[in-house]
Structures are given as structure tokens and as C-alpha cells.
Write a protein that binds this ligand. Sequence first.
Ligand code: SAH
Length: 346
Amino acid sequence: MLYEKRDIRALSRDQLRDFFTEQGDQAFRGNQVYEWLWQRSAHSFDEMTNISKETRALLDEFFVINHIRVDSMQRSQDGTIKNAVKLHDGFVVESVLIPTESRTTACVSSQVGCSLNCHFCATARLKRMRNLNPDEIVDQVSAIDKQSKLYYDRPLSNIVFMGMGEPLMNYNNVLKAIDKITSEEGLGMSPKRITLSTSGIPKMIKKLADDGVKFNLALSLHSAIDETRTSIMPFNKNFPLAELMESLQYWYSKTRSRVTLEYVVWKDINDKPEDISALVEFCRSVPTKVNLIEYNSIDDPRFVQASETALNAYIRALESNRIVVNVRRSRGKDIDAACGQLANKS
Ligand code: SAH
């Protein structure tokens, strides 16, 4: 063959329709194929049983369906499942299924590795290799949906972009993926059940607001004091808190949706009264909720989970200022599947 076959999922629905008309076929064939690709997650043309053999052969001549392969699966004592997902070019990312009584959440990756260098996060140890394509993100979701049905007898209910990578550094592909996940021609999930977590890139948070997205936004804050935040999340130097705050206020003014602040409390880093007051102040400047996340060790002696006393001081201060606060216990720690532990160890 003289030319390389194209990845069919890089084509929009209109482009697929055009392909069929150019081939002297009817445009609606494009819709049928699109449905197989995005609604029924077909990984081969042979699965497309309402398409004739000849047409399937034609598709095979021009296109490939690049798809992920779940290479290995680990199951935690608490039921959490971690997948090592192999991409078509051999790179590996991780995705996690988190079951609770009432829901199944998929935690998906948006990049191979990460370019940010949060000192407490294991993914930072992997260089950023490349962005994931929309189909590679959607495939993680459908794979976890299948696992949820198989092991927990119910479909996937929620999605969080809290796996490897910074989703706002892969903006277009992440938004395209969410579009496929939420649209009726795709998986038809509600955007209200999707949360994108970002380390906080002000310009992109404003862009989300301008683009009128309907999903939830979470921000990994960890400190409301610039100096402290920069010492653990070095990119904060380029996007200081004042600028971040302005983007959050902009987000709220456009979406009326509260941002969730993710916050880990570490001994001797952010467990002092001044850290607490700074967070309270931050929360008074824009409507938010706070999730206090348990620290998952990545074997770095600088980071140690703060005491119960420090955590309670945070909770008291937030609650007395009528700020909603939740404490999030880790899931899947025994298999390195918890927040910040995804590093392709196995
Ligand atoms: N890049 C995005 C999404 C990936 S991280 C972001 O920064 O939000 C998902 C969440 O896990 C973030 O809130 C992150 O700060 C947190 N996290 C990272 N390492 C952690 C660790 N070792 N223990 C607990 N949470 C961690």
C-alpha cells in the first residue's frame, strides 16, 4: 500500500458522510458507521453488522480503528480496579474504576505522563510524552463501563478527569472526548456526572467558561499562599493565586457552578493557622466547596499526612465560615491506584 490508512475516529460525522458520498454511496452510511464507532465502541469493521461486507472491506482499505487495549488489571481489597491501558503506539496510561454503594466512577487519564511537576504526585516522575486523542479517552470510559457491568452489575455512573496528565493542557482533545461521552450520538452520559480536575491554568479556566461547558470543575489548590503553593507546585510561579482567583470568579459568573477545591494537608507544609486562614479567605472570594483529600504516599520524605488535629482545625474553620467541606478517604491505595499514585509501576 502506498498510503497510510487513516485513523477513522479522527474524522467528524460530516467527514464520514462526505467519504461515503465521494465513494458513490449514501451519506447516511456515515451516520451508521459513526454510531458504531462512538455509541457502540466498535473496535473492528467486522462488528458493524448492518453494513454490507463490501462496504466493510472498503472501510478497511482506507482506515484503521486505533484502539486501546487493557493490558493488565489489578483489583484492590476495596473493589477498586486499576487498568494499565496500552495505546496503539505502545505507550501506557492508567485508568481506575472506583465503586461505591451507589455509583461507579471512572478516573481517566488525559496525557501520557505529565509536564507539570507537582512534587507530591507520582505521575510527575514520568515525563509528558504526548497528549491522548479523544478516542483514547472515550475508550478508557467504555472499557470501565464494561468492567462495571461485568463486575458490579451496573453501568458506569460518573467520570473524573483525575488520572494522569493535566486535562487543560490537552484542551481540545479533552473537550472533544467529553462531547462524544455526553452526546446522544455518543455514550449519552450527563455532563453533570463528569468532573474535570485541573492544577489551575487561569487562561484555560476562562476558556472553559466561554465555551459554556456543562460539566463540573475541580481545582487542585493545596495551598492558598503563593509561596507555599509554588514550593510544592512550581508552575504556580507563572500563574499566581490572584490570577487563578480571577479566573475562578469569571468561571462562576458565567456558569453559576461552584468549583470544588481539592486540598491535601501535610505536616509542616500547610498545617498552620495561617494556612487555614488563607484558605478560608480564598473560599470567601468565590463560591466553592472543599474536598480534603487523604495524602497517598509516594515515598518522598518531604510529604507526610498532617495530624487528625490539623485536619479538624481546617474543618472547624471552614464550617464556621459556612463553607462546605468533605473529607475524602483514599481508594485503591494497596494497588497504587489512588490520587497521585498513577505512575505505571507495574
Ligand atoms: N492534573 C490534574 C488532574 C490529576 S491529579 C490536577 O492537578 O488536578 C488528581 C488529584 O490528585 C489532584 O487534586 C492532585 O492534586 C491530587 N494528588 C496528586 N498527588 C497526590 C497524592 N500523592 N496524594 C493525594 N492526592 C494527590
